[in-house]
Design a protein around this ligand. Sequence first.
Ligand code: PAN
Ligand code: ZN
Length: 194
Amino acid sequence: MNDGLTIRPFTFSIDLENCRITDADNHIKRNLADMKNQYFYKEAYDKMMKEDNALLYEVYEKLVPEKSGELIQGLSIVHPGKVGKEYFMTKGHFHSIIDTAELYLCLKGKGMMVMETPEGEWAIEEMIPNKAVYVPGKWAHRSVNISDTDLVTLFIYPADAGHDYGTIKEKSFRKIVIEENGKPAIMDNPMWNL
Ligand code: PAN
Ligand code: ZN
């Protein structure tokens, strides 16, 4: 399908029951160990790490040449769970070409898309099945699963966008989503730093 240089029309199929793309080119798995220092509840993190390096989320991708004009698409699956009060979430990132946008369509589960700009604006949008979230260029984004089932989203973004994880790893997001009295709540992130 894709030799990295040329591309022809193709299709792909989402197996929603099993939360996967059946003919994916790439399958990424992120575990608790990949999220070191990203959760505020550090004691809970350390305790969980001692027990099990749990699988937090997975990504299935269809690969295309990473050049301007093409689109990368795939499926993101955030599993249910919490570290302390903080729900399982993705690392989150800016795009390396920072002004490239992304569209997420929620297919299953319930979540929040946490977003912010380098200038200090932030936004959090609910993700429920059949609802799309448009992440404009310049907005860092992280998916948070606030339900007790898998959160499954289809994403589409420019193939040359690239990922800047370093900024978030260093500064984190301004807001985190925690469970308070059995419900999701948005909290200022005590770990956030300029
Ligand atoms: C998505 C994300 C995916 C996993 O494909 O990469 O949801 O999140 P992290 O990349 O933050 O670990 C996307 O936003 N791509 O640009
Ligand atoms: Zn992205």
